[in-house]
Design a binder for this molecule. Structure first.
Ligand SMILES: [Zn+2]
Length: 178
């Protein structure tokens, strides 16, 4: 931190106080003894989301949460699960360290999470958010889900016939689509 008076970078902190959002430091220049104040704040690095019409909006976890709640309506998913999904998505968006992000990319993150959480919620979200460009794409997605469901079923069957009691340990949170 450069002294505003003489430009020296040698300064010492003589006092430090803060609130939850900022720390205020009183510094003294070691060259000219000039005292000055610095603040340390959290940088909110969340990007702006570019909407389909080109408008930019700050990334809003509450909006994301509302979308998740709607997709998961009447599904066996707890609010805690939805909150942790929303938190994970926010963290991932934050870790991208970008200034702007298109809404499709956010949608993709949500889809990834919902795919693991609940297939019905996934389809609901996908049909709204991604706006399937054609029916073929929609069928393809359904097909890939069914293939996965089939695999999961087979794996479960194999497990049940192999070691009994193993499968009851982890209650499946995903209800598979038939
Ligand atoms: Zn100085």
């Amino acid at each position: 931190m450069k002294c505003p008076k003489c430009g020296s970078v040698r300064s010492s902190v003589v006092d430090s106080r803060g609130d939850p959002n900022a720390i205020r430091r009183r510094r003294e220049c070691q060259e000219c003894e000039f005292r000055f104040t610095t603040y340390e704040r959290i940088e909110y690095a969340l990007p702006l989301v570019i909407k389909k019409d080109g408008r930019r909006e700050p990334f809003d976890i509450q909006k994301l949460r509302a979308g998740l709640l709607r997709a998961c309506e009447k599904r066996p998913i707890s609010v805690e699960e939805i909150d942790s999904v929303a938190g994970r998505i926010e963290r991932r968006v934050n870790e991208m360290c970008v200034k702007e992000l298109d809404s499709i990319s956010v949608g993709d993150l949500v889809m990834e999470e919902l795919k693991d959480l609940d297939h019905i919620a996934y389809i609901r979200f996908a049909s709204v958010y991604q706006e399937f460009s054609d029916i073929e794409q929609f069928v393809e997605t359904l097909h890939s889900l069914n293939t996965e469901a089939q695999k999961a079923k087979e794996a479960q069957k194999a497990m049940a016939s192999g070691e009994k009691g193993e499968s009851s340990e982890s209650e499946p949170s995903v209800r598979l689509v038939k």
